[in-house]
Design a protein around this ligand. Structure first.
Ligand code: PMP
Length: 433
C-alpha cells in the first residue's frame, strides 16, 4: 500500500514519469520507454509537440473558458465544421464533451430523446456486443460487455441486450462468410426475442479496441447490422472513441467499410493527450427532432470550451499537414509484417489482427486448440511488465470472461517513423524472447 492519496486501481507501485519527447518517455531514474500504445491510445501525435502547445497558449492568452450558454466561441464552431467535413457531410451535427465515456453517454441519451421526441417512448433498450468496452459512466457501462466491470451494476447493465460479434480467430464455421451469416442470424433472433420495437440503438466499435485486442469485424457484418437497424427502425451508434481521428488510416474506421452510422462518438485522439476533448456526431434529422421538442436535456460544464476546441483543431491540422493518414497506412503494413514474423517464432501469439496502427495480439496457451492461458496466470500483466523492462509500453487487457485469451495492443503514435518502428519491434522481440 502506498502513502499517496491517489487511488486508481490495484497494482504495483509505478515509476514517476519525468518527461517525454516524440515517441519516447523517461522516468525519474532516467529509464527510456518507447510509447508503443500512445498512453491509452490517446497520444496520437507523440509527446512534446510545440505546434500543439503554441496553439493552446495562443488560445489561453485570448480566453481559456467560456460557458456554452453565454457565448459562442470560434474554435468550437471551427472544430465542429472540421469534424463534419471528416465525415464528408454524412453526419451534420456535433455535440462536444470531455471524454469518451461522456461521448457514449451523450449518444445514448440523444438517441433515447430522439425516440421520445418522435413518439416512440417504448424504445428503451440498447443492443451491444459482448465483449466490448464503451466507458465507465453508468450509461456507457450499461452497453459495455465486460463482466468484471459490470458485476457490481448487474441490474443496470442487464437492461441492455448483449450479443456476440464475429470471432474470426475461433469460429468453427465453414468459412468467414458463413460465420458472419450465422452471427447475424443469431443477432436477429436475439433482437426479435427481446422485442425489436423496444430497441433504441445498436452500439458497437467498427474495430474492437481495448476490450477485444483489436478483434476485427468486416464489411458484410457491418452491412448486416446496418440493415438490421434499418429494418427494426433503431439507430446505429458507432463508438470511434479509440478508432477515430486517423488511428486506422482513415479519419474514421467506418470509412473502411462504407457503412455510415446515425451517431458516432470520438474522443481519445482528438485531444491527442494535450487536452480532454470528445464529441458526438449525429445526423441532422435526429438532432432537429430533439431540439424542436425542447432541446437536448444533457450537458457538461467543460463541453466545447475554447481551449479544448483550439487543441482539437491544432491536432486535426497537424494530421493533415504531416500527411499522417498515409504514414499510418505505410507504418501499419510494416507493423503487421513485423508482428506476423514474431508470431511465426512465438506460436503462443495465437492471433495477430488489426488495421492501420491499431494492432492486437492474443496470447494463447495452445495455438492448436486456441486455448487461453488460465486467467490466474495474468499473462497480459506479465507481458506488459517484460515489455516495460525492455523499454516498451504496450496496452494490456485481462482475459475477457473466458471468451478469449489475454491480449495486448500495439498502437504507437500516428507520427512514428520507420526507424522508431524497428526499435519498437526489436524491443517487443526481446520481451517475447
Ligand atoms: N469507448 C471506447 C471504445 C473506448 O476505448 C474508451 C476508452 N478506453 C471509452 C469509450 C471511454 O473513454 P474515456 O476513457 O475517455 O472515458
Amino acid at each position: 500500500m502506498t502513502t499517496s492519496p491517489l487511488f486508481y486501481q490495484a497494482g504495483p507501485a509505478l515509476p514517476e514519469v519525468s518527461h517525454a519527447d516524440g515517441v519516447y518517455l523517461w522516468d525519474e531514474h532516467g529509464n527510456e520507454y518507447l510509447d508503443g500504445c500512445s498512453g491509452a491510445i490517446a497520444c496520437n501525435l507523440g509527446h512534446g509537440r510545440t505546434d500543439i502547445r503554441d496553439a493552446m497558449v495562443a488560445q489561453l492568452d485570448r480566453v481559456a473558458f467560456t460557458y456554452r450558454t453565454q457565448f459562442e466561441n470560434a474554435p468550437a464552431v471551427a472544430l465542429a465544421e472540421a469534424l463534419v467535413e471528416l465525415t464528408d457531410g454524412a453526419l451534420e451535427k456535433v455535440f462536444f464533451v470531455s471524454s469518451g465515456s461522456e461521448a457514449v453517454e451523450s449518444a445514448l441519451k440523444l438517441a433515447r430523446q430522439y425516440f421520445v421526441a418522435t413518439g416512440q417512448p417504448q424504445r428503451r433498450r440498447f443492443v451491444s456486443l459482448r465483449p466490448s468496452y464503451h466507458g465507465s459512466t453508468l450509461g456507457a457501462l450499461g452497453v459495455t460487455g465486460y463482466q468484471p466491470l459490470e458485476a457490481p451494476f448487474a441490474d443496470i447493465t442487464s437492461a441492455s441486450l448483449k450479443v456476440p460479434g464475429p470471432d474470426f480467430y475461433r469460429h468453427t464455421d465453414a468459412d468467414d462468410a458463413s460465420h458472419v451469416e450465422r452471427v447475424l442470424a443469431e443477432t436477429r433472433a436475439a433482437i426479435e426475442a427481446a422485442d425489436p420495437g423496444a430497441i433504441i440503438a445498436f452500439v458497437l466499435e467498427p474495430v474492437g479496441g481495448a476490450s477485444t485486442g483489436a478483434r476485427m469485424l468486416d464489411r458484410r457484418y457491418l452491412e448486416g447490422i446496418r440493415a438490421l437497424c434499418d429494418e427494426f427502425g433503431c439507430l446505429l451508434i458507432l463508438d470511434e472513441v479509440l478508432t477515430g481521428i486517423g488511428r486506422t488510416g482513415t479519419w474514421f474506421a467506418y470509412q473502411h467499410y462504407g457503412v455510415t452510422p446515425d451517431l458516432l462518438t470520438t474522443a481519445k485522439g482528438l485531444g491527442a493527450g494535450y487536452y480532454p476533448v470528445g464529441a458526438v456526431l449525429a445526423r441532422e434529422h435526429i438532432v432537429n427532432a430533439v431540439m424542436e421538442s425542447g432541446g437536448f436535456q444533457h450537458g457538461h460544464t467543460y463541453a466545447g470550451n475554447p481551449l479544448a476546441c483550439a487543441t482539437g483543431l491544432a491536432v486535426l491540422e497537424a494530421i493533415r499537414r504531416e500527411r499522417l493518414l498515409a504514414n499510418v497506412a505505410e507504418r501499419g503494413r510494416r507493423l503487421e509484417a513485423g508482428l506476423k514474423a514474431l508470431q511465426a517464432r512465438f506460436p503462443w501469439m495465437g492471433d495477430v489482427r488489426g488495421l492501420g496502427l491499431l494492432w492486437g495480439v492474443e496470447l494463447v496457451a495452445d495455438p492448436r486448440t486456441r486455448t487461453p492461458f488460465p486467467a490466474a496466470e495474468n499473462q497480459f500483466a506479465r507481458m506488459t511488465a517484460l515489455a516495460k523492462e525492455e523499454g516498451l509500453l504496450i496496452y494490456p487487457r485481462r482475459t475477457l470472461d473466458g471468451l478469449a485469451g489475454d491480449h495486448f495492443l500495439v498502437t504507437p503514435p500516428l507520427t512514428i517513423d520507420a526507424q522508431d518502428l524497428e526499435i519498437l519491434l526489436a524491443r517487443l522481440e526481446r520481451a517475447l524472447t
